[in-house]
Design a protein around this ligand. Structure first.
Ligand code: SF4
Length: 731
């Protein structure tokens, strides 16, 4: 409430927080945790949801006067927190080639300038169309349509940086790149595994679901290098006992696993489950499920029975008895939900680890039945919806065929650039224009200096944004900032009340409608801006009715209903209150893989080691942060106040490396290209982390993650595994 009242005042606070995540309200623009079906709590939000709404609803604004006062060079010297704290963008602004300041521009001229630059490119693949996970389904559908009508599949998105490994791993094993559970399944589970995820900060309403499950007798297993508060206990402020501090203990077992030890853990657990089944046939494995719904079991079983126990112990940093306790929890459970996030997806072998987690689920038939399944928890409110709508540089032919049949043009078939390849293309001059639908690409992407220089080298950039951020500073030679409506704001585009739609982590699709007055009279919706740009660039090419789309979003939904798989009768279903996307493995234990069955996969066990005196860094969020948005400088669940340049390190490593709690160091990462990447002046904080593993916040440590350090198969930056050394800081 302190944040909300301070930034929005009483009336707006009440209006926004009482409609947040409510039926016929607006969807939280922060994480993608689902809303309960049916009746909602009066306060159906968490602290970080309130922070996100307050951050968007702030009364301060950034307009022509602000940009006249602040040159780009001056803004470059400010922190990310300071930039966003300045307020909501209110006017279209342009920085002309060689200019030192942004200056106002009219919408019409901004659209014309964009069209001119895009048509001036040597070819459509010189343009990149980036999407952040806040974009609505309607905006995302139009954006991919525009990019493909323009002639390119260069549609990288923030999913490339986060759950791409999940999408690749699940598509290969169960045939669908999405989680297979509902909120009800979490409530009905008797074991919930939380791997590489910090729900207390990144998906806080998940704690309510864990509390419900715990109170119904479920067990919780947490697998995480850090002993996160949100995994230990939850004092639910919406419950008397929570307010009185007698909350709900959560994890029954916490495994302080070494970074990247998860694949080894699940192979070892599988071995123990196989041995338990040997000892008591028919009590552990779901043989009927394995026989009727899977392929590849025998080859996988052979691989697991040859497992190297010592390799498991050095990879996990755990004791064998901890692993045995874990296997006992699984063997004793009938309904298991496995949740995970970035701690699993941002590693070289992340796809292999996710496939191994699926193997364990298949072993016990934990998919396609109540209370069981796979639950990758998405970090951005509509990142899953954007992918469903076609924001994907590797869209399948079936989707492109549907675009052709619906809109009468042949879309490009060659796969486009993902986020990392987009940076390389800009760096190498293969791309010259970068359009961003939301987000803060420069700060969110790895190898910050390389990414920033690549974007600055572009001839032309467009940022469709709500607030000022780093990507407006490190922008192209000619750069546009186009201010858009936020989720909290009324959208009266086309002279009517417009709704947009989103899809959460559990595939539930529903409408979102803001109630507050826009932060400024010139703001336009994402849909309206995209239609303006598309019309100015393509003119009447392909005869697509951009203006009509902007006037009535139901026309967009009608097209979505005819093009996007699983979205038949989309507009009608949304009017009826929303629906859940089909998921054959969840719905009917049918697996749309090439084999037509769920697939057991064999992944070699790797024990990643580092040279002496080096450490494994994982980048993470503080509690006062959402992605690259820094709400404040505290991280109260980890005991940090008023500072972000900290490194969490174990007492053992401090002693071994000759440092002490409080020492100031520079972090230097080492990579195959022989180039040292440095991030300066971090305070060492003694903290219970596994030996050899340290942690620090991003975006401050994104400069340490090499661009080419990507997960195999998915290309996700390996932000949870960066080899670093500590150097005493100068002065
Ligand atoms: S759990 Fe996520 S979606 Fe829900 S209110 Fe909190 S931040 Fe928003």
């Amino acid at each position: 409430m302190a944040k909300a009242l301070g930034q929005m005042g009483v009336v707006k606070t009440a209006r926004n927080l009482l409609t947040l995540n409510q039926n016929d309200g607006f969807d939280c623009m922060s994480c993608a945790w689902p809303d309960p079906q049916g009746r909602r709590h009066t306060a159906e939000f968490c602290e970080n949801g309130a922070k996100a709404v307050s951050w968007e609803g702030v009364r301060d604004t950034v307009g022509p006067e602000f940009f006249a006062r602040h040159s780009i060079a001056d803004l470059a010297g400010q922190t990310d927190h300071w930039l966003e704290k300045q307020g909501r963008l209110t006017h279209p602004m342009v920085r002309r080639d060689g200019g030192t300041h942004y200056e106002p521009i009219s919408w019409a001229e901004a659209f014309a300038l964009t069209g001119e630059h895009l048509r001036g490119l040597a070819g459509p693949d010189e343009a990149i169309f980036y999407t952040s996970g806040r974009a609505s389904n309607e905006a995302a559908f139009l954006y991919q349509l525009f990019a493909r009508a323009f002639g390119t599949n260069n549609l990288p998105d923030c999913s490339n940086m986060c759950h791409e490994s999940t999408s690749v791993g699940l598509r290969r094993t169960i045939g669908v790149g999405k989680g297979s559970v509902s909120l009800q399944d979490l409530h009905e589970a008797d074991l919930i595994i939380v791997s590489g995820q910090n729900p207390g900060t990144n998906h806080p309403r998940m704690l309510t679901a864990l509390e419900v499950a715990k109170r119904d007798g479920a067990k919780i297993l947490a697998v995480n290098p850090l002993p996160e508060a949100g995994l230990r206990r939850f004092d639910n402020p919406q419950k008397a006992r929570g307010l009185a501090g007698r909350g709900t203990p959560l994890a029954d077992l916490m495994l302080p696993i070494r970074s990247n030890g998860d694949l080894a853990l699940w192979q070892a657990v599988s071995l123990l489950l196989l041995q338990a089944e040997d000892a008591a046939p028919g009590t552990v494995l779901d043989r009927a499920f394995i026989e009727s719904h899977t392929v590849g079991f025998d080859e996988w079983e052979k691989h697991i029975r040859d497992l190297d126990r010592e390799a498991v112990l050095s990879a996990t940093g755990l004791s064998w008895s901890q692993i045995e306790a874990t296997a006992e929890m699984l063997a004793g459970s009938k309904r298991i939900v496995h949740c995970w996030a970035m701690g699993i997806t941002q590693h070289h072998n992340a796809v292999a680890t996710i496939k191994e987690m699926v193997n364990v689920a298949l072993l016990q038939g934990m998919i396609g039945k109540p209370g069981a399944g796979l639950c990758p928890v998405r970090g951005h409110s509509n990142v899953q919806g954007d992918r469903t709508m076609g924001i994907w540089e590797k869209a399948p032919d079936s989707f492109l065929d549907a675009i052709r049949d619906e809109f009468g043009f042949e879309p490009p078939r060659e796969h486009g650039f993902d986020a990392a390849e987009a940076v390389r293309a800009l760096r190498d001059g293969r791309a010259k224009a970068f359009i961003a639908l939301g987000g803060n690409f420069v700060a969110a992407m790895s190898d910050t200096e390389v990414t920033a220089a690549a974007v600055r080298g572009a001839e032309f950039t467009v940022q469709i944004s709500t607030k000022l951020n780093r990507s407006h500073i490190d922008a192209g030679r000619t750069a546009l900032i186009l201010p858009t409506l936020g989720r909290t704001e009324r959208d009266l585009t086309g002279g009517r009340e417009q709704r947009v739609t989103v899809e959460d982590s559990m595939s539930a699709v529903h409408a979102s409608r803001g109630r507050s007055a826009p932060a400024g009279p010139l703001l336009r919706s994402e849909v309206d801006i995209l239609c303006g740009i598309a019309a100015a660039t393509l003119g009447d090419r392909h005869d697509i009715e951009w203006a009509e789309f902007a006037g009535d979003y139901d026309r967009i939904r009608d097209r979505i209903g005819r093009v996007v798989p699983g979205c038949d009768d989309y507009a009608e279903k949304i009017r009826a209150g929303g629906f859940v996307m089909p998921h054959p493995p969840r719905d009917s234990r049918t697996f749309p893989t090439p084999e037509g069955k769920a697939v057991f996969t064999v992944s070699p066990l790797e024990v990643l080691t580092v040279p002496p005196g080096r450490l494994i860094l994982q980048t993470l969020r503080s509690h006062d942060q959402f992605n690259t948005t820094i709400y404040g400088l505290d991280d109260r669940y980890r005991g940090i106040k008023s500072g972000r340049r900290v490194v969490f390190i174990s007492a053992e490593d401090l002693t071994e490396l000759g440092f002490a709690d409080g020492d100031m160091v520079d972090l230097v990462s080492e990579w195959a290209d022989g180039r040292d990447r440095r991030a300066e002046r971090f305070r060492l904080v003694e903290y219970p982390t596994p030996k050899g593993c340290v942690a620090a916040y991003y975006p401050e440590t994104n400069p340490l993650v090499p661009l080419d350090s990507q997960a195999a198969e998915s290309g996700t930056p390996t932000s949870k595994w960066v080899v670093v050394r500590l150097i005493p800081a100068a002065g």
